[in-house]
Design a protein around this ligand. Sequence first.
Ligand code: MG
Length: 185
Amino acid sequence: MDPSARDFDSASRTGTDVRIGHGYDLHRLEALAPKGVGRPLIVGGVGVPHDRGPVAHSDGDVLLHALTDALLGALALPDIGQLFPDDADENDGRDSADFVRAALSLVHERGWAPVNVDCTVVLERPRLGPLKVEIRNRIAELLGMDVADVNLKGKTHEGLDAVGEGRAIEAHVVALLGRRSGGKS
Ligand code: MG
């Protein structure tokens, strides 16, 4: 679980006080249970009314999964699948906010904090526009950040491939971390 000490020595040696991480995730979208196997669609901690939802072991929040991996990736920590195995009973239907909180704790413990996060969700329908502010607020709340430092872009896949055919949802997140003032490094 501990990152390689070498990574942090390297950051200290070069005087680097920022780290950047990228997270990516995709979930298949299926008809909602009991007709299908989809869970209710949740994006960035916010319920999205839709007749399809993610196939997932946890609650399937694609955006919070990508966010978790962006935070972990910035510090070369193990990824979400390593920290929260998808065959562990305790992760069955689990609120993905738990994964973000755990990743943020690891980031804080190591003396870093998010500076800003930039998120992209690719979903053919429904459009996320009406929920954008709510999702940004939720992520800002989870990370203890100002909403001005949390961006969200909604894209479609132009009808192409599985995402464009509405059979999958994708998310990308880039997170910049800075050293916490007074924090250990
Ligand atoms: Mg996932």
